[in-house]
Unconditional design. Structure first.
Length: 87
């Protein structure tokens, strides 16, 4: 298997968040917290689904997830034109 379908809902949620401007596009801090919690839940669900697969399929699915997360981090690693908020 190529890993397709193991996290379509999670990938869709990430895509929806990106198209909506992500958690820093405005809105309240509680909206951001809610979006982070939803993303965390989606990732945990996806990891649980991957963990139920046979070993060979699991390895491929984890590799795909790793690549997606790395791409996301690389995309957010670029300097932003927006001022940063203190943590």
């Amino acid at each position: 298997m190529d890993g397709d379908g193991d996290g379509e809902a999670a990938a869709s949620a990430v895509a929806d968040e990106r198209s909506a401007g992500g958690p820093t596009a405005g809105g309240s801090r509680s909206d951001e917290s809610s979006q982070v919690a939803e993303a965390d839940d989606a990732l945990l669900s996806r990891l649980a689904l991957i963990g139920e697969r046979p070993l060979a399929d699991r390895a491929a699915a984890f590799r795909q997830l790793h690549d997606e997360l790395r791409s996301e981090l690389d995309a957010t690693d670029t300097p932003s034109t927006e001022p940063t908020r203190p943590a």
